[in-house]
Design a protein around this ligand. Structure first.
Ligand code: 2X7
Ligand code: FE2
Length: 299
């Protein structure tokens, strides 16, 4: 099969707080409200992306960390309870996840073609990480579109952030190639926050928005710089500045989700749509859509 393509890419951050504040039936804890700007941004983004009728979401998560290369979820259905290790008070989520195993295997094959280390994860009892779950839930709470989940290799930690960034660019190219061969209409999700320094104390009521603000002006300036690049179609410049950004804003881009997604989209030059920016315990989070089916975004 051929003729597949990436129809959209989304910077889709995964703070469990956003799922908590939505009160979906799958999540045990109950919230009064909270982080509305981000949640309403996700709502707008979701409407736009689901209108493209994608066959699959392909998500790269910083919270599935693997030491030997990139792993790909490769079981047709996962079911279980995901508990956030840091915020068990906010996220205890019962998941049912369908996986596009054929595409997962094709991505695995393409990664190996490029000489990178990869593995298909075939353990049916594997507990899917909360980064994958939160981003996919916020993009499609109905879970009626299958996913492919990619781990983040620890290349950034083992060999340095510059090497890690380059490896994620290669991973993005391989992902794109596999999708093109697959015939699928895919949406790629970069599951990460931007600046990532956060408060070490939680307020008694987690959704008390009088306590929410940016951690540090320098971090905020970096986030705004990146969002400005996105809105002006400067994706290559983002890639050029990624290592500096990651270091100076202590950004969650360290695990490579954004580098991977920009490369998978082949660095689009049209303007991305920033649906929302907001902080979660001081970290910078943006919901940003590259709708590659719209004329002004295609190259
Ligand atoms: O994983 C996260 C995150 N990236 C940002 C903020 C809060 C919690 O969890
Ligand atoms: Fe995170």
């Amino acid at each position: 099969m051929s003729g597949g393509r990436i129809v959209a890419g989304v910077l889709a951050p995964h703070p469990p707080h956003l799922v908590y504040a939505e009160n979906p039936p799958q999540n045990e804890p109950r919230a009064e409200c909270g982080w509305e700007m981000l949640r309403w941004g996700y709502e707008r983004c979701r409407r736009s992306v689901l209108a493209l009728e994608p066959d699959v979401f392909v998500v790269h998560s910083p919270h599935w960390k693997t030491t030997q290369g990139t792993h790909v979820l490769g079981v047709p259905h996962f079911s279980g309870l995901s508990v956030d290790p840091i915020f068990p008070n906010l996220f205890r989520y019962r998941y049912e996840i369908d996986v596009d195993v054929e595409l997962a295997e094709a991505i695995h094959h393409a990664i190996e073609e490029d000489g990178l280390v990869a593995k298909v994860m075939r353990n049916p009892n594997f507990r899917v990480d909360y980064g994958t779950i939160a981003s996919c839930h916020l993009m499609n709470p109905a879970w009626d579109v299958p996913i492919v989940g990619l781990s983040s290799s620890t290349a950034f930690y083992d060999f340095g952030d510059d090497v890690g960034h380059e490896e994620m660019i290669s991973l993005g190219h391989a992902t794109r190639r596999a999708i093109e061969r697959s015939g699928r209409r895919a949406v790629v999700l970069s599951s990460c926050s931007l600046s990532h320094r956060h408060f070490t104390h939680e307020s008694e009521t987690p959704e008390d928005m009088s306590r929410e603000h940016v951690y540090h002006h320098g971090q905020y300036l970096w986030d705004m710089r990146l969002l400005d690049h996105m809105r002006r179609g400067r994706t290559r410049q983002i890639a050029d500045e990624m290592v500096d950004f990651t270091r100076q804003a202590t950004a969650e881009t360290k695990e490579g989700s954004l580098s991977w997604m920009l490369a998978a989209m082949d660095f689009p030059t049209g303007p991305a749509e920033v649906h929302a920016y907001g902080t979660v315990i001081g970290t910078g989070n943006a919901v940003v859509e590259w709708n590659l089916e719209r004329a002004e975004v295609t190259r």
